[in-house]
Write a protein that binds this ligand. Sequence first.
Ligand SMILES: [Zn+2]
Length: 425
Amino acid sequence: MKGDKRVVIVICDSLRADLIGPAHTPFLVELAERGTAFAAHRSVFPSTTRASSASIATGCLPARHGLYGNTQALDEGDGLVCRNVGAPDFRDRMRRATGRTLRVPTLAERLRRHGEDAIVCSNVSPGAAYFQDPDGYGWMYHVAGSYAPGLKPIDDPASASLKKGIAGDNAMTDRFCAEIVEERAPALALMWLSEPDYTGHHSPLGSPQHLEAITAADANVRRVFETVRRLDPSGENILFITGSDHGMETISEAVDITELLVATGIKAAADSHDVVVAPNGTAATIYFADSARNKIAATADFLARENWAGGVFAGERLAQIGLPTDTSLQVAVTMAADDRVNPHGVRGYCPIVADANDTESKLGFGQHGGLGVNEQHPFLIAANGGFTARKETRPTSLIDIAPSVLRHMHMDHDDMDGHELPLSA
Ligand SMILES: [Zn+2]
């Protein structure tokens, strides 16, 4: 690259800050002592990987970037339909329905304006990967399809064979360290691990399998940091950031909000286009056709009376949780989390919103999406690039990462929702 200032980011999907400790994440404990550990770091709403990915990429809340969760209702001409943002074709659907993908530039786009490269390697869903750079300003490596700048499809056998889980993450890390960080040395190199999210969704939090996935993620962060340290022994040039996008809660029960809205008469039928529920794990967003806007108050009142609902936001109140107030999304609900402890000693249970497209029972396993204390407790550590060794207790958010990346590269970043992470106390 032209400048000597670079940034390397590693995301450990779903790793809760309180699960970091010497027994299972020895490297993250060590790194937190070398760099700045952000103790009051928060996710966005919904605390889903895809909305979080767009917030990390843009430095903006969902209200401004326009991606409202892991599922989102779109009107592609036949009325509102809930779509899976994770599907490889979602960004094309979004472009057809709204004329664009994200409504604000990503880091990849901003770097391209300066003639710099961003390279993303991701082992999570296509949607979460592609919303790092949906319009293809940089390089994207993913099992569902890899792209060169200009969204030019490239044949990339190393990505095409990746599977979610520890082995896939390990293989991606090998390639990321050797080829991306060391050889190609782009201005921004970002790697998104599938663990411990993948195992957390399929086993109890704190179980031996989940702890093994956490330890594997820790080891992969160590390998990337050691590569960075070898390339930049002074620590002045390559800013290293590692963190997670959200945490998890243990699932206590599933609630079918669509079915309940039909039963109360608010929604015409399970597949009707008037009132459309977008399940987002431990939260839901609810969209209203123009002809059904008279149902907004009744929907919010119905949800507020249910004991499984933790918080209901409608109309102007959506702004309080970083959602827009001027779209068909008019009601959001976060489910009622509680602080019971699971059989493996991990705190926090929460109901999930049933999803007709994902009916496999995950009771007792991890999930996220809402405003629960634990799902809203991702970790964040910044090392090198002027970050001093200390614990920062002032609140920070996913949206503060992008402005900090651009500050390090001496590029403008005053038009984002987020703020620079403080370099010193
Ligand atoms: Zn995630």
